[in-house]
Design a protein around this ligand. Structure first.
Ligand code: PBG
Length: 325
């Protein structure tokens, strides 16, 4: 029996009714804000490819983190722009490196915030690749040791969670082993488990100055055409010790988020990446789209697909909007 008995519009009559039957909740507590930390003091440099986002020196990153904390955003994820780069990415695992320094400062200045650190070499290598090069190829196994050293040095600096984004085979196991051997068995790993070789990282690579000088990342990041493979990647990372698994990017891969959510019982994260941010920010700047509505709709869609938490450049703005509503 359908119409006129069944009238779905009844429950959409007003906001109180709509709120009563809303299936998916988006709250500031679901969001993690990425920060790009650079050398210097009082630096707050506009990222041209990401209007409204900045490269921040450590002092400015602390101020930003404090603001996020005050808005109810539970965590930040740190990316480093080191003062100099080399072939073996030594800035990534330097105990005095930019991310290590920022981690210590944020832990002190915003003690209620979770500090997540991105573990990858691409921001620290002079060639821009995510691993060490041997004969022009990204060498998997020799890279693992450097990733593990990076994660340990970040956790020693106080990182609450380490988040490998490099997509080398076996990195989660290598990092888990190294953390445990260093007495850091309590540090969780959030692995970028299903990370696609995506054009949507374009604006980030300008922000982090991490574009590869030659070639691309297709030998380690996933083919956008594959979803079953994402389940294999996630299964491997969980087996190796990942505590939270992430799908990245988010909106073009909602089906993957959904499949991962259905297939596994660990917390699922999604990364609403730089290109997703920039498309929306620029369309709104030009007056073609309502920024606030579009960003909330994007984030709720990612939650609806099954993500427990979302890494997003809109974290603070969304938190502000959600508190107001
Ligand atoms: C690698 C890393 C990247 C992003 C997060 N970690 C870039 C890449 O793989 O090229 C992209 C994030 C974004 O686009 O917002 N360190």
């Amino acid at each position: 029996m359908g119409f006129p008995i069944k009238r779905p519009r009844r429950l959409r009559t007003n906001e109180r009714l709509r709120a009563l039957v809303r299936e998916t909740e988006l709250s500031p507590g679901d969001l993690i804000e990425p920060l790009f930390v650079c050398p210097g003091a009082k630096v707050r440099q506009v990222i041209a490819s990401m209007p409204g986002q900045f490269n921040l020196s450590v002092d400015e990153a602390v101020a930003e983190a404090q603001e996020a904390q005050a808005l109810g955003v539970p965590g930040v994820i740190l990316f480093g722009i080191p003062p100099k780069k080399d072939a073996r990415a030594s800035g990534a695992y330097d105990p005095e490196g930019i991310v290590q320094e920022a981690t210590r400062a944020i832990r002190k200045g915003a003690p209620d915030l979770l500090v997540v650190t991105d573990v990858c070499l691409c921001e620290y290598t002079d060639h821009g690749h995510c691993g060490v090069l041997e004969g022009g190829e990204i060498a998997n196994d020799p890279t693992l040791d450097l990733l593990a050293r990076t994660a340990v040095s970040q956790a020693r600096a106080g990182a609450d969670i380490v988040a490998p984004s490099d997509m080398m085979d076996g990195r989660v196991a290598a990092i888990r082993r190294a953390l445990d051997e260093a007495g850091l068995a309590g540090t969780p790993i959030l692995s970028y488990a299903a990370k696609y070789a995506s054009a949507f990282y374009g604006p980030f690579r300008e922000a982090a100055k991490s574009a590869p000088k030659s070639g691309d990342r297709k030998s380690h990041q996933m083919d956008p055409a594959n979803a079953r493979e994402a389940l294999r990647e996630v299964a491997l990372d969980i087996e190796e010790g990942a505590d939270i698994v992430m799908v990245k990017p988010a909106l073009p891969y909602l089906d993957v988020i959904w499949r991962v959510r259905e297939a596994f019982n660990v917390p699922v994260a999604a990364y609403h990446v730089s290109g997703e941010y920039t498309m929306l920010a620029v369309a709104a700047e030009r007056g073609f789209i309502d920024r606030e509505r579009a960003l909330l709709e994007s984030l709720v869609a990612i939650r609806r697909a099954g993500a427990d938490l979302i890494v997003t450049y809109f974290a603070k703005e969304a938190a502000r909007l959600l508190r107001r509503s």
